[in-house]
Design a protein around this ligand. Sequence first.
Ligand code: ZN
Length: 156
Amino acid sequence: MYINNIKFARNNQQQKGVLDLKKLSRVQEIDDYTGEIDYELTGFVDKLNRPTLSLRVYGTIHTLCQNCLQPMDVAIDNTSKITVFFSEEDLDAALFADAGSGVEDGVVAEEEFDVMQLVEDEIIMLLPYATKHETCVGMSYADKAENPFEVLKKII
Ligand SMILES: [Zn+2]
């Protein structure tokens, strides 16, 4: 799905959808996360008249507890504000040089801006890493693995 990100912002357009984590190849490369994530992209113009995108990403990610290796769910709900700049130079200046720009994140103006790419990038930043059940009672993987000396005894 492609949008003209300047027009999208100036016309206060909105786009919603649901993404299946199984179908996101870059997510699957990190780990086999599953679940469906909703997104809402809203365009607006900020106080300084800059075209801006607001992206909300929310849903439940199914992953495995890194202690007991049993399934666990992690809820995410995050909204990012992304300012659209007319050039790479303006974007860099706002993000790195001007501390008072109020810019959290930015992209460059594009007539065919890839929304799916943006949403996938956002999901990747929100993926839970090395998660464990808050009160995990399972044995750790290391405890379950066979002790190499026991294995040796059997062989002898
Ligand atoms: Zn656990």
